[in-house]
Design a protein around this ligand. Structure first.
Ligand code: SAM
Length: 234
């Protein structure tokens, strides 16, 4: 397999990995990303971390089939526990999971000393992107770039971050939409938020019909809808 065979989603993740990187791909079902990047000559070393045995074996098989056992190590491990100090990892990719899980993997990695704070993080949450941005903000990471893409009727965001000495505070609106995505407002962004608007309006209608209206949730949704309306019209 080569880089061209990756999904568009994983290609965008791979594009954010610097040339010559020592990569840890966490949640590396099939090891597709590290294998494609290694075959393309883009990375120099990789660790694939997988917590579930089935995908772990698939990753092992893929690496062996590609003749990359000397350059890619596959480890059965929970989150960043797959990383050892001697790996000298400088880039971490975590793709295809929920934002809450990605944030908790990073938090555990920080607590357990597996995240040095020097790595470039390339994160692709399937949902709950706000949780990822909130964690990055809390830990003093700068969001360097953000991408948004549509593939197979789904919309994905890719967030690239690095810890910086000067902390740039994001507003709640930037956390919600993504600072770069909001500044750019490309066609996929507009499509995503039109869809979200429809979904939230439906939920709001249902909540307002409830016997006991959950005021806190209703106000939260109203606030989000106001932000979305503004983002879509300005
Ligand atoms: N990263 C690949 C991609 O984007 O196509 C695979 C995504 S797959 C949906 C998510 C993978 O993450 C699963 O194989 C799952 O077992 C693994 N995973 C979930 N939680 C994990 C954790 N805490 N540590 C390591 N792997 C994890």
């Amino acid at each position: 397999m080569n880089e061209q065979e990756l999904s568009q989603r994983l290609t965008v993740v791979g594009n954010a990995v610097p040339k010559g990187a020592r990569l840890a791909d966490i949640g590396s079902d099939h090891a597709y990303l590290p294998v494609a990047l290694m075959l393309a000559g883009k990375i120099s070393y990789a660790v694939c971390g997988e917590v579930v045995k089935g995908p772990f074996h698939s990753a092992q098989k893929q690496v062996a089939k590609s003749g990359l056992n000397n350059q890619i190590v596959v480890r059965l491990a929970d989150g960043l526990a797959a990383i050892e100090a001697a790996d000298e990892i400088d880039t971490i990719t975590i793709a295809g999971m929920g934002g809450t899980l990605i944030a908790s993997i990073l938090e555990d990695g920080k607590i357990n000393g597996q995240l040095s704070g020097k790595e470039r993080l390339v994160l692709q949450p399937n949902v709950g992107e706000q949780n990822v941005r909130r964690w990055l903000q809390k830990e003093g990471y700068e969001i360097l770039t953000e991408s948004i893409l549509a593939e197979n009727d789904k919309i994905y965001e890719v967030i690239v971050a690095k810890k910086t000495a000067v902390k740039k505070e994001l507003s709640p609106i930037e956390i919600f939409f993504g600072p770069h995505l909001l500044a750019e407002k490309n066609s996929v962004f507009l499509k995503k938020w039109r869809q979200e608007q429809q979904a939230l309006e439906k939920v709001l209608g249902q909540l307002q019909k409830a016997k006991v209206v959950p005021e806190k949730k209703v106000n939260e949704i109203k606030q989000e809808l106001a932000w979305i309306k503004e983002a879509l019209t300005c």
